[in-house]
Write a protein that binds this ligand. Structure first.
Ligand code: SF4
Length: 487
């Protein structure tokens, strides 16, 4: 039996190319993104260059995750046994709906009507905030960037810096209008904005009885969960409330404690360009009188087993969500995260989202790339993102075979012309005969912006170049003839 695909916030209502057009029309967004991604990528390059064994670390990061993929069922059972021994309760969720149902029920059991949240992509993936709100439970983000996005009633646009698309003035306006207790005189100075958020969050921390987190890593040998963060707000959530509920994708496992050494070097340098992560919290079950006294771990599949079944695509499960690939991607830099429609934007989103949902459900994301390979070069666990993209594009084409589309009609026509050299030559000669008058008509421009159907499928998002004055074959024959060689 095939594993089920995932559900949740893994695609948007519009295809990538259409959504990207909307985002490209926002110059302020492009300026914000350009500034932020270039700053982070330069910092990353600097600190990575400091390590003489960076390539070996990357190789270790890749190898450990490959081992996890091979041994996943065994490691999951080992993790569950260790976590239960330490006092946690482990739940298993096949998909987003089941995970939301479990978490909602657990919060309701405590009688609480609010929960504070540690920044977590997995809970966003399953739409947990919306599910809790539908059950009358307020879910409050405590990561500063997530808080900004939540107050603005917006969606994250970056894995690590969800509010990357806002500048300081925009954040000040959001705080003034939406943050309870924020002064009308609040300025856009970073220290004033941070102080306003601190005061607001402190009230939440002190009243919260339940916290919800994800985890960056889950250690199979000991049942330990690990969260890395920059602000310390997550740690407040992990220690103050009575009940802690952690939603953990099954791809977050590492076999042993020693493996953390590799990832705790790879992650901060790749993500924020720091040598060490400011706050790294590890927790294993419950300890009487110290921290949460009830701990629930929800192990989430949501399409991960289905992804594991693909021998090429499964490497996407190695991702440690550092976001280095986003910061170097020319497509992400121009469109921003919202165009992807998934909580996972950028190159990793283009390969993980369609695999979690099934490619047939999400065919446009594998095309959200120029295939330049910059993402492969920076990935700390050596995911061959472009290889997976090409494979997914093949699967996307296969999934649409049999249903008519302008692009397929155009490709079939082209394939018929190009499958016969004489036919191809004749078509080229005919096209070239029209080139000179066409170029004159276009005012000397060598590209056509709009072609009639079905070729409009190509020009709807690209220009079509006019045929060259001389084809390569003709040039070759001429060259050889001039040298007196037989072509
Ligand atoms: S694919 Fe690689 S570079 Fe991109 S977020 Fe994941 S680990 Fe980082």
């Amino acid at each position: 039996m095939n594993a089920a695909h995932g559900k949740g916030h893994l695609y948007g209502p519009a295809r990538f190319e259409r959504a990207a057009r909307t985002e490209l029309a926002k110059p302020q967004l492009r300026e914000n993104l350009r500034h932020a991604t270039h700053t982070i990528r330069d910092k990353r390059a600097e600190v990575v260059d400091e390590l003489p064994d960076w390539e070996q670390l990357r190789e270790s990061g890749r190898a450990i995750k490959a081992q996890v993929a091979r041994r996943l069922p065994e490691l999951l059972e080992r993790f569950e046994a260790a976590a239960v021994r330490a006092g946690a309760t482990v739940h298993w969720a096949r998909d987003a709906e089941e995970a939301c149902r479990i978490v909602t029920g657990l919060v309701q059991e405590t009688g609480a009507s609010e929960a504070v949240k540690v920044k977590s992509m997995t809970t966003q993936e399953i739409g947990l905030n919306e599910a809790l709100e539908a059950a009358g439970i307020g879910a409050y983000e405590t990561d500063l960037a997530e808080l900004i996005v939540q107050l603005a009633d917006d969606a994250s646009s970056h894995i690590l810096v969800p509010a990357i698309h806002y500048n300081r003035e925009e954040i000040r306006d959001i705080f003034r209008q939406r943050m309870p207790g924020a002064a009308d005189t609040l300025s856009d100075a970073p220290e004033e904005l941070a102080e306003a958020a601190r005061t607001h969050l402190r009230r939440r921390f002190l009243s919260a009885r339940v916290a919800v987190s994800g985890a960056n890593f889950a250690v199979a040998d000991t049942g330990t969960l690990v969260v890395v963060e920059s602000e310390g707000n997550g740690r407040m959530c992990l220690t103050l409330p009575d009940t802690l509920i952690s939603v953990v994708g099954i791809d977050k496992l590492v076999p042993s404690f020693a493996d953390l050494e590799v990832y705790l070097q790879l992650l901060p340098r790749s993500s924020t360009g720091e040598r060490m992560n400011p706050y790294t919290s590890l927790w294993t079950g419950v300890t009487p009188g110290d921290g949460p006294q009830r701990m629930h771990i929800v192990l989430l599949d949501n399409g991960r087993s289905a992804t594991l079944a693909d021998p090429v695509g499964r490497q996407a499960l190695s991702c440690i969500r550092c976001s280095a690939c986003l910061n170097v991607c020319p497509v992400y830099e121009r469109t921003g995260g919202h165009a992807y429609g998934s909580v996972y934007p950028g190159p990793i989103g283009a390969i993980i989202s369609p695999q979690l949902t099934g490619v047939a459900e999400n065919t446009s994301l594998p095309y959200a790339s120029s295939l330049c390979g910059a993402c492969n070069d920076v990935c700390p666990v050596k995911i061959d993102i472009t290889d997976v993209l090409v494979r997914l594009r093949g699967q996307a084409v296969d999934s649409k075979r049999g249903s008519p589309s302008a692009e397929r009609v155009a490709m079939r026509l082209l394939s018929w012309v190009m499958s016969d050299p004489r036919r191809y030559d004749r078509a080229l000669r005919a096209a070239r005969r029209g080139t000179a008058p066409l170029a004159a008509l276009l005012g000397g421009r060598r590209t056509i912006r709009h072609l009639p159907w079905p070729l409009s499928a190509w020009t709807s998002s690209r220009d079509a170049p006019l045929p060259a004055a001389e084809s390569f074959r003709e040039w070759w024959q001429r060259e050889q003839a001039q040298r007196g060689e037989t072509p």
